[in-house]
Design a protein around this ligand. Structure first.
Ligand code: NAP
Length: 312
């Protein structure tokens, strides 16, 4: 397989796009960061080339020309609206490798459609595979599955550990283990896949820093803080049904950014904490070897986070 050097990052201005652009540049890739509008120079990475697209076939073809790989780092709304044009333009331009719009839970799990939220990613995936096959193309893809970004979610108040009130929210029994990553994983994993693409051909690649239950996290937080933490228990009963109801309401109301909706959060949370690992929240057994860290590292990372002024 030939070497990948030139990489397009779509959705470059987002939470996930920015660290991917930074990590690829730091690893010596030639990066074109692509957005719908011009990215503010104060938030741009000066070593990247910046382009805009309206996601039309012709605009994407201009962007993909002479490139080796694409990373789809955009919001799932873009997957819903533009996955066909992206796949067709990528094939026409001879792209060698495409990293799919994943970076979250296991969208390859057999039951995941019960949660609704991954529908755009799943549709885009099916379309991509069919198009590659129909075209008899040698373009390859990889889906990076990395679980929730714990260090990114905590400051946003959307994680189950709240440093300010010293509270851990226990969903269900608290024993379901969850594979999770720091936000930097999106860059580390993208660099890994594009540096050794032959290892990751046409498959989901599972990356996690930690696989840990809420009850274990509570014990670690108490060990690090040297004090007792509060707990808040939340039952999972009815959470999926309530989330689906809200999802349908959002559909009726034409909600566009579903990633940042309450329904997404409810259904995503249910998918993580359902107690029989029905949605592979714990993917530790299929995670890439050598990436998971131990309790000591988690304690150290948590200690640093708790010492930050805004968390005291
Ligand atoms: N594992 C986790 O905990 C976790 C957390 C968050 C996100 N994720 C996943 O990571 C991926 C990226 O999420 P994110 O938080 O980075 O998303 P985001 O910040 O909401 O959006 C990323 C970028 O997508 C582009 N975009 C948004 N809506 C679009 C549309 N309708 N059409 C075209 N482009 C659009 C925008 O870029 P431009 O304006 O520059 O074009 C935006 O900056 C998603 O697949 C998401 O599911 C995972």
């Amino acid at each position: 397989m030939s070497t990948i050097r030139k990489v397009v990052v779509l959705g470059a201005s987002g939470n996930v796009g920015r660290p991917i652009v930074g990590a690829l540049i730091a690893s010596g890739f030639d990066v074109t960061a692509v957005s719908r509008s011009t990215i503010n120079s104060s938030t741009s990475n000066l070593s990247a080339k910046y382009l805009t697209t309206d996601y039309s076939y012709s605009s994407l073809s201009d962007v993909f020309k002479n490139q080796d790989a694409i990373v789809c780092a955009y919001n799932p709304a873009a997957a819903a609206a533009h996955h066909k044009a992206i796949a067709v333009a990528a094939l026409a331009c001879g792209i060698k490798h495409l990293i799919t719009p994943d970076f979250s839970s296991d969208t390859f799990n057999a039951h995941v459609d019960e949660l609704q939220i991954f529908e755009p990613k799943r549709k885009a995936q099916r379309y991509l595979e069919r198009k590659i096959q129909d075209a008899g193309s040698s373009m390859h893809w990889t889906a990076i599955i990395c679980g929730p970004f714990w260090d990114w979610a905590i400051p946003r108040g959307i994680f189950w550990l709240d440093p300010k009130s010293r509270t851990v929210t226990i969903f269900g029994s608290g024993n379901q283990r969850i594979s999770m990553s720091g936000i930097s994983m999106v860059g580390r994993a993208s660099v890994e896949v594009l540096s050794r693409p032959e290892k990751y051909v046409n498959r989901p690649a599972y990356f996690a820093d930690y696989t840990i239950s809420n009850n274990q996290l509570l014990a670690i937080a108490e060990e690090v803080a040297k004090e007792k933490w509060n707990t808040r228990s939340v039952s999972l009963g009815g959470l999926r049904e309530e989330g689906l109801k809200q999802w349908d309401e959002d559909t009726k109301n034409g909600v566009h950014d579903r990633l940042n909706s309450t329904a997404y959060q409810m259904l995503g949370t249910y998918g993580l904490f359902e107690g029989d690992n029905r949605y592979t929240a714990d993917f530790g057994d299929k995670a890439e070897a050598g990436w998971q860290k131990g309790v000591y590292e988690l304690e150290e990372e948590l200690r640093v986070l708790l010492e930050q002024k805004e968390h005291r």
